[in-house]
Design a protein around this ligand. Structure first.
Ligand SMILES: Nc1ncnc2c1ncn2[C@@H]1O[C@H](COP(=O)(O)OP(=O)(O)O)[C@@H](O)[C@H]1O
Ligand SMILES: [Mg+2]
Length: 267
């Protein structure tokens, strides 16, 4: 079957083994379009290994021995081998874009390679979406190499959503990269993407539909935030917005003396 004909209804992660070789204790983890999942746990607990399993559509052939199925079956080989058919976009802290081209030209090249119509229009839409995720706006005529880390990641996420049209997006510890994560989560829902965040950020984990807790290379539990957590979430969102305001001010060399007034307006 042509991979492009497959409509991804679910991704299912079946258990493998812990670092000590024992079998993992969970049944399976299902990810569906429009759903957000966070992976939390200490450094070395296996978060990136789990993301890697999803990206590789593991068939007991990774260090964890897990299996990842698409719509209940092994996906076609092309999903893993052919980057243009791969339904997954993976963005990490180290994701860099090496093209020495202006943003618009870079996007237009990608749009043409994907054989999409309305090249300029799609490029504009992509930049518009990326700009929902960052404070310092991206302009189409700036060279990719001149973008900040946050702008680059915002552009890569927007590119994955609009141009690659990837149904699954994996984000490994990109939170301190100056992107508005609540906007990313809202966008994921709007475009019905499945997103997996590896994160140490309490706001992201609480905003996600599920949170997978890792320990010793294994999935220890899967938590669905309940009503009590939702009320805490409101307060954390407010605090987070306030910290964003302070961060932007400090970054641009301003005083934070009038922040209390801004807090009143923004949150
Ligand atoms: N289930 C497992 N079995 C064996 N080794 C594992 C398992 N999970 C992770 N590892 C290994 O442990 C190390 C740390 O895992 P990693 O996923 O990088 O942790 P994290 O991203 O949480 O910091 C890596 O070398 C990884 O290959
Ligand atoms: Mg990691």
């Amino acid at each position: 079957m042509d991979p492009e004909d497959i409509d991804i209804r679910e991704i299912r992660i079946l258990p493998g083994t812990k670092k000590n070789g024992e079998k993992e204790g969970y049944d399976n983890i299902v990810i569906v379009p429009g759903e957000t999942i966070s992976i939390v746990g200490p450094t070395g607990s296996g978060k990136s290994a789990l993301i890697n399993d999803i990206e590789m559509f593991a068939r007991k052939d990774t260090v964890t021995g897990r299996t990842v199925l698409v719509n209940g079956a092994h996906p076609p080989e092309e999903y893993v081998r052919d980057p243009s058919k791969k339904p997954i976009a993976s963005i990490t802290q180290n994701t860099k874009c090496l093209a020495d081209l202006p943003v618009s030209e870079f996007l237009e090249m990608h749009i043409k390679a994907r054989k999409m119509g309305d090249v300029e229009d799609v490029a504009l839409k992509t930049i518009e979406l990326a700009n929902e995720f960052v404070g310092e706006k991206i302009s189409g005529d700036v060279k990719i190499t001149g973008l900040s880390g946050g702008q680059t990641r915002a552009l890569m996420i927007a590119d994955a959503v609009v141009i690659s049209n990837s149904p699954i997006i994996l984000l490994d510890e990109v939170e301190n990269a100056g992107i508005y994560k609540d906007k990313v989560i809202e966008c994921v829902k709007r475009f019905r993407k499945a997103v997996v965040f590896v994160t140490h950020d309490p706001l992201i984990s609480l905003m996600c539909d599920k949170r997978v807790v890792m320990s010793n290379g294994a999935v220890e539990k899967v938590i669905k935030p309940n009503g009590e957590e939702k009320s805490t979430l409101k307060e954390i969102m407010q605090t987070d917005r306030r910290i964003d305001i302070v961060r932007e001010k400090i970054r641009s060399g301003e005083s934070i003396a009038d922040c209390w007034q801004l807090f009143g307006q923004a949150c």
